[in-house]
Design a protein around this ligand. Structure first.
Ligand code: SF4
Length: 464
């Protein structure tokens, strides 16, 4: 018998990439590859790259430099592949600059990996950054039961890819292409298979997930709200989430899903980027602050226990102190349970990169620190208000200390509890007893019975 070939995948960036890495591993499992955590031990190394952060390509090149050195020292013939958005953006340039690379594959071509690897074996270098006509999802195999179990009780399911919004700072429409939604039947099939393998929580993902407009089994176009309603009907699928959303696509059907579906967690990541109408227009976000506040009000009316998270960019070209003040005011007014804030940085090829009025690093850093202070204060206030509350926690993995498990609250906070390892994959009712900077701790008061579909109680309302 042949030794199985070893695969090491390193995933950078967002959940889309984590999902894609898993699907690549599933595709290659069919070719006899097993995953390893050690790149030195691998026959195939895939760097699944992200283009969102600053100097993304440079980071990939320095990682490739390390791999080249290790490969030379070991005298190995490890195949090195670059996947993801940097692969899509840089294409053949990667092989020119880093000849150690054998294969460059864009996000739409992962199903062709086995063919490409055969070509590499035949001595060729391969670059595939096409947007092929066939649907890669039809060709990517489902994970095996063992792979799903290893990945734990939560899973991502891609429902759409690409983006048509063209925000002026963002590379996604160029690297991931136009919006494409998967048909509802395919998504339901994938979700049912995951649940049958023990998954209890599914996060629907897409670059612009709430722009989902997939073909329903009735031949009509379904929005995300309708899709969530159908998913909520799957027995033993206890929790649903979705990310990442655009405010313009928060339609009434989706807001109603927050009101009607107890399985839909009361936590929403809704990036706004700026509180200034002038900057939102310059970013081509296609909405102003008034629409954002209106959506927040509607969501809170639909689901009073909902908590919100967001993304902010500070120091966008042309941002004045007054514009920045509007962002601070928005952050104070909404009171986000968590948020990510970044300094604007140029992405070559995007319209904002050409803007003449770029701000200095010192102004950007100073504003970021001020915004960070406001966002941290509201996160801390939200976490502290959880002290003494009772939550259902889905136990996901072992904790740092023996006897500990870590699960997630409805609000995605990590919660550390004392529980036996067999509890992984189960729900427990937990009283929150401690609040730390990065996690909560709690005491298990009860295992949670299956609520099935009969429950009409929102999860977060299950408190003493
Ligand atoms: S909506 Fe999101 S993914 Fe699309 S262009 Fe804007 S920031 Fe990028």
């Amino acid at each position: 018998m042949h030794e199985p070939r070893k695969l090491y995948v390193k995933s950078f960036g967002c959940q889309m990439n984590v999902y894609d890495s898993n699907r690549m591993a599933d595709t290659l499992a069919k070719e006899g590859y097993v995953e390893t955590q050690d790149p030195a031990d691998a026959d195939l190394v895939i760097l699944n790259t992200c283009h969102i952060r600053e100097k993304a390509a440079e980071k990939v090149y320095s990682e490739l430099g390390r791999l080249r050195k290790a490969k030379q020292e070991a005298g190995s013939d490890t195949v090195i592949a670059v996947a993801g958005c940097v692969a899509q953006a840089e294409g053949a340039e990667i092989i020119k600059r880093a000849p150690v690379v054998d294969l460059v594959v864009g996000p739409q071509s992962y199903h062709r990996l086995p063919e490409m690897l055969a070509q590499v074996k035949g001595g060729r270098r391969v670059v595939d950054t096409d947007f092929p006509a066939e649907d890669k999802f039809d060709h990517l195999p489902a994970p095996s039961a063992a792979a799903t179990r290893k990945r734990g009780p939560t899973a991502f399911v891609t429902v759409q890819e690409g983006c048509d919004k063209f925000c002026t700072f963002c590379v996604v429409p160029y690297t991931r292409g136009a919006e494409v939604s998967r048909p509802v039947a395919k998504i339901l099939g994938e979700a049912r298979a995951l649940v049958a393998q023990g998954v209890r929580e599914i996060t629907l993902i897409g670059q612009n997930v709430n722009a989902f407009h997939g073909e329903g089994p009735d031949g009509k176009t379904w929005g995300l709200g309708r899709l969530l309603e159908e998913l909520a009907g799957i027995d033993r699928l206890e929790r649903l989430r979705y990310t990442t959303s655009h405010p313009r696509d928060m339609d009434d059907g989706l807001i109603a899903a927050h009101r009607d579906l107890p399985q839909l967690m009361p936590y929403l990541h809704l990036p706004v980027q700026s509180g200034s109408d002038r900057i939102l227009a310059a970013m081509n976000r296609r909405h102003g602050s008034a629409l954002f506040f209106e959506i927040i009000d509607k969501l809170r009316a639909a689901r009073p226990d909902i908590a919100l998270s967001s993304d902010f960019i500070v120091g966008f070209p042309g941002e004045t102190e007054a514009d920045f003040q509007a962002t601070l005011d928005m952050a104070e007014r909404v009171g986000f349970a968590s948020a990510y804030s970044f300094k604007y940085s140029i992405r070559p090829g995007t319209p904002a990169a050409e803007h003449g009025d770029q701000l200095s690093e010192s102004v950007k850093s100073e504003r970021l620190a001020r915004l960070h202070q406001v966002l941290e204060a509201s996160k801390t206030a939200f976490d502290r208000a959880c002290l003494g509350r009772r939550f259902d926690i889905l136990l996901e993995k072992p904790g740092r200390l023996p006897g500990q498990l870590i699960g997630r609250s409805p609000y995605l906070q990590s919660v550390v509890v004392t529980a036996p390892p067999a509890g992984i994959g189960e729900f427990v009712t937990v009283d929150i007893t401690e609040v730390g900077p990065n996690s909560l701790a709690g005491r298990v008061v009860d295992a949670v019975e299956d609520r099935g579909r009969t429950s009409d109680r929102p999860l977060a309302a299950m408190e003493a």
